[in-house]
Each structure stands twice: as structure tokens, then as C-alpha cells.
Ligand binder design. Structure first.
Ligand code: SAM
Ligand code: SF4
Length: 330
């Protein structure tokens, strides 16, 4: 699949559910309305769709959400997708998770062929963690991380940089992941979905400031690593760990974009920062053959835009993209 700007689309991110057992303040409001069940693709349908993408050239698949590991029977889908690893059709299957289910599922994930996971954790302080996630418990996530390590999964921590919340503990986070051999990526708050009382203009902390702060204590060596996404990476000389910065607000990362995003309703977003989307559920459900859905995928790729228009509007305080991050999974 090659888009009109010559970019090969080889990476599919699939949001398998819009539901979650946390309510992170930058991601969801406390009283979210979730999708009716009938609109959500069954696990069999998700498997079929992923199969179509893999036939068309996707080599890397990431499951996200909502919280992917709270979807009932999710291991069925993960095991099915793992078959494509065995056949060689897929290079990598990964998961982005809040970590709440890792105690239970880490070994099964490894057995299915998953080797790397991203775990979102913004703070090491249990009270702050509870305040950020509203419903989450830090000790549960830490136990999940330990289980993931024991199972052999390689771990990357994702931390959203939040002004006035976790900006006092960036050094501690770097040291902590360094001791454990995890990688770490900082993320800037993105303007997605209405958050109720929380205003992102207040939370927004440019990662240039995070980087400047870290450089007071750590040596950050530039490394050439382009994953086709919005992250830029450095190596921390003192720990040997890799540190990423995802800066959609201050950087343009679109020229090397290799990814598209599928929601749990079968909607394909060609860009995280744009509203244009293609419905794949109708062609999927219309016929038992995959010809129509493959055609719809290829047509959608033809419409992949050159770049995005994220902007936090300081006057209206309206998000630039109205859907929540939990729809497309970041
Ligand atoms: N529930 C899983 C998790 O938290 O990792 C997967 C889905 S979550 C939507 C994916 C990532 O998006 C998480 O790392 C989360 O911190 C990030 N995220 C959510 N809302 C965001 C926002 N408004 N700006 C930046 N990152 C956001
Ligand atoms: Fe749930 Fe992940 Fe969103 Fe937090 S960031 S509310 S864990 S989907």
C-alpha cells in the first residue's frame, strides 16, 4: 500500500475497544458514553480486517484502545494475530496498555508472540497516579510490570508530560526506568476530545522544556532511529536507556508517516490529527469475501493526507480534533 506521497503504509494500529478501566484526565471525562455493542466489531471481524491489511502489506500491528486488555476474550484475537507472526506474514505484534491486566496476561502475551509492550505510566507517586488516572492503582501496574518482565516482554514506558503534575519527577522517572532496563517516551498533551473541566492549555508542557530540564543531569546522545512515527529518540549515556519525545504540537513528523489507525467500529483514520476516515465495517459485513473491504482499504490509502493540523485554540478552548484519544488509541 503506497499513498499519493510515496509513503508505504506498513504499520496498522488497531483500537480494539473504546472502553477502559481508567479515566485518565487528559484522555477521558469521568462520565464517558461508550459505543453501543452493535457498532463494535466482533473479535472475528477484527481478525478478518487485520488479515486483509496484512495481505495488503502491513508488517507491524499494534493493539491499543481504550484499554485493549480489558476487552473480553482479547487473548483469542491476540493468539489469532500471532499466527501471522509464525507464518512470517507479520514482523511484529505489540500492545499499548495501561498495565492493569499485565499480572494476569503477560505470560499469555509472550506465548502468543508479543515481545514488546508499551505501558502508560505518568508518575511514580501513588497519589498522583490515582489523581491522573482517577480509577487506577499504581501498585497494580507495578506488579503488572514485574510480571511482564518475568514473562520476557520488553517494556517501554509512555509518560504524558503534565505541567504542575509530574514535572517535578522527570529525573526520577529516567533513573527508575534506567535501573530496570525499560525504555521511556515522553508525550506532549494532544488536543483530542472534550475533557470537561480539564483544560489542555493548562496541562500543556512543551517537551523542549522537559528535554532542557533532563539535560541538567543526564547526557542525551542523539541517535538515528526513525520509526515512521512522531517520536524522536536519544540515548541516555548514564543509563544506556533509550528516551523518546513525542512532540506532535511542536514538530512535523508527517513526511515519514507509515501508519494508519483502525477503530473498534471498523473506521479507518488515515491520520491521527485529521477527521477524514473510511468506513470498513459496511464492506466487511456486506460480503463474506474480502474483495470489497480490500478495495475500500486501498481507496482510503489514496486519501492519506500529507500532514495534520493540531492546534490548541487558546480562545475557544475547543480541541482541534473532536474524537477522544481512546477512539484511535494514540
Ligand atoms: N489504555 C492504553 C494506555 O493508556 O496505554 C492504550 C490507549 S491510550 C489512549 C494510548 C496513549 O495515549 C497513552 O500513552 C496515553 O497516555 C496517551 N494519551 C491519551 N490521551 C492523550 C492526549 N490527550 N494527549 C497525549 N497523549 C494522550
Ligand atoms: Fe484509559 Fe489509556 Fe485513556 Fe488512560 S490513556 S483513560 S488508560 S485509554
Amino acid at each position: 500500500m503506497r499513498d499519493p506521497f510515496g509513503r508505504d503504509v506498513t504499520y496498522l494500529r488497531v483500537s480494539v475497544t473504546d472502553r477502559c478501566d481508567f479515566r485518565c484526565v487528559y484522555c477521558m471525562s469521568e462520565d464517558m458514553t461508550f459505543l453501543p455493542k452493535k457498532d463494535v466489531l466482533s473479535l472475528e471481524e477484527l481478525d478478518r480486517l487485520c488479515g486483509a491489511f496484512i495481505r495488503l502489506g502491513v508488517r507491524k500491528l499494534r493493539l491499543t484502545g481504550g484499554e485493549p486488555l480489558v476487552r473480553r476474550n482479547i487473548m483469542w484475537l491476540i493468539n489469532r494475530l500471532g499466527e501471522h507472526l509464525k507464518s512470517g506474514a507479520l514482523d511484529e505484534l505489540t500492545v499499548t496498555t495501561n498495565g492493569s491486566q499485565l499480572e494476569k496476561l503477560s505470560e499469555q502475551l509472550y506465548a502468543a508472540g508479543v515481545r514488546r509492550i508499551n505501558v502508560s505510566m505518568d508518575t511514580l507517586d501513588p497519589e498522583k497516579f490515582a489523581a491522573i488516572t482517577r480509577w487506577g492503582k499504581l501498585d497494580k501496574v507495578l506488579a503488572g510490570l514485574a510480571a511482564a518482565e518475568r514473562a520476557g516482554l520488553k517494556i517501554k514506558i509512555n509518560a504524558v508530560a503534565l505541567k504542575g503534575v509530574n514535572d517535578g519527577e522527570f529525573h526520577d522517572l529516567v533513573a527508575w526506568v534506567g535501573e530496570r532496563g525499560y525504555d521511556l517516551t515522553f508525550i506532549e498533551v494532544m488536543p483530542m476530545g472534550d475533557m470537561g473541566e480539564y483544560q489542555r492549555v493548562d496541562q500543556y508542557l512543551p517537551l523542549s522544556m522537559v528535554r532542557a530540564q533532563l539535560q541538567e543531569r543526564w547526557t542525551l546522545d542523539e541517535i538515528e532511529l526513525n520509526t515512521g512515527g512522531p517520536a524522536r529518540y536519544v540515548r541516555i549515556r548514564e543509563t544506556g536507556g533509550r528516551l523518546g519525545f513525542i512532540t506532535p504540537m511542536t514538530h512535523n513528523f508527517c513526511e515519514s508517516c507509515n501508519r494508519v489507525r483502525l477503530t473498534c467500529t471498523g473506521t479507518l483514520y488515515m491520520c491521527l490529527g485529521q477527521e477524514d476516515a473510511a468506513d470498513l465495517r459496511a464492506p466487511l459485513r456486506a460480503s463474506e469475501s474480502d474483495a470489497a473491504v480490500e478495495r475500500a482499504i486501498l481507496e482510503a490509502i489514496e486519501r492519506k493526507p500529507k500532514g495534520h493540523d493540531f492546534i490548541i485554540d487558546r480562545r475557544s478552548h475547543k480541541p482541534a480534533v473532536s474524537r477522544h484519544m481512546s477512539v484511535t488509541g494514540g
